[in-house]
Design a protein. Structure first.
Length: 289
């Protein structure tokens, strides 16, 4: 769990956070439609703010750049569409290609933010407790990735700081900077390989893969409140699956996208996206009372 900010899922069973965040990320990846992409990105940002607090602003500051890069790349390399924005060297750059790129960039940004919320809500112990018995290898891989990727980045900053503190090792020119970066990567690879040997010996000493039934560090029990929130999440997901399918089937970017209209089917998806904010407001109200 995040130790710097109280997230709305911390009071519930980990299955609630797992179900909601996985389904939200799946909708963000599957619903290629402007309204759904916008709601997914807005919901991901709201969830990140509820889960990570002010730290979410730092992680989302570069999202406009990501959306702009994806939109620009699609505008440059895709020539489909019937509404030219401008022409260059007898090649038309269309509005439809730009809109498709903006929608794709919003989807990619939303998935990234959902994954950051998952990393903040689900630690290795919770992941292992939920799927460790059914898929022990998958649970081990997920927990190791969640542990080792931040560790790798933290160690990279440590090595870079140590090199920067040595004036004699300061790079001069692009060639020396490249050699300095390769030296940092070499140090990190050696450090990681040494740790992997120690980690493998430790797992073997603790009886990993010996055939015995695995236990979990924490014990989680489903309470009434967990069942209520989980049932509400599943109901919203099941309701939104056919609605999203209808909306995506009726919308196409090429050759000309249809005009978007107000539709009641967007409301259930907005409710699903606002579930973390609803849980946060509920907890705030209970503590206020």
């Amino acid at each position: 769990m995040s130790r710097t900010h109280h997230n709305p899922f911390s009071a519930y069973h980990p299955a609630v956070a797992l179900t909601y965040l996985v389904c939200a990320a799946a909708f963000a990846m599957a619903a290629m439609q402007p309204v759904y992409a916008g709601l997914s990105l807005a919901g991901a940002l709201v969830c990140a703010a509820c889960v990570r607090g002010k730290e979410a602003l730092r992680h989302s500051a570069w999202l406009p750049v990501l959306v702009a890069v994806v939109a620009g790349a699609n505008l440059l390399f895709v020539g489909e569409g019937s509404t030219p924005l401008f022409t260059f060297d007898e090649r038309a750059f269309t509005l439809e290609a730009l809109l498709y790129g903006l929608c794709s960039g919003a989807m990619l940004a939303a998935v990234f933010m959902w994954m950051t919320s998952y990393a903040a809500c689900m630690d290795s112990a919770a992941t292992t407790a939920l799927i460790g018995r059914a898929w022990p290898t998958v649970a081990l891989m997920i927990s190791q990735v969640m542990r080792l990727v931040p560790q790798f980045a933290r160690r990279g900053r440590t090595v870079a700081s140590a090199l920067a503190a040595t004036p004699a090792a300061a790079p001069h020119g692009a060639r020396e900077r490249t050699a300095n970066n390769l030296r940092t990567v070499s140090v990190l690879m050696g450090w990681g390989l040494e740790d992997s040997l120690a980690r493998a010996d430790s797992m073997r000493a603790r009886g990993y893969a010996c055939g015995a039934k695995r236990t979990t560090y924490r014990r989680y029990r489903l309470r009434r409140a967990d069942v209520v929130v989980l049932a509400a999440t599943v109901a919203l997901v099941l309701l939104n699956i056919p609605l999203a399918a209808i909306a995506c089937a009726q919308y196409s970017f090429y050759p000309t996208p249809p005009q978007l209209v107000m539709w009641w089917g967007y409301l259930p998806y907005a409710a699903l996206m606002l579930l973390p904010a609803t849980l946060s407001l509920r907890e705030w109200w209970l503590w206020r009372a």
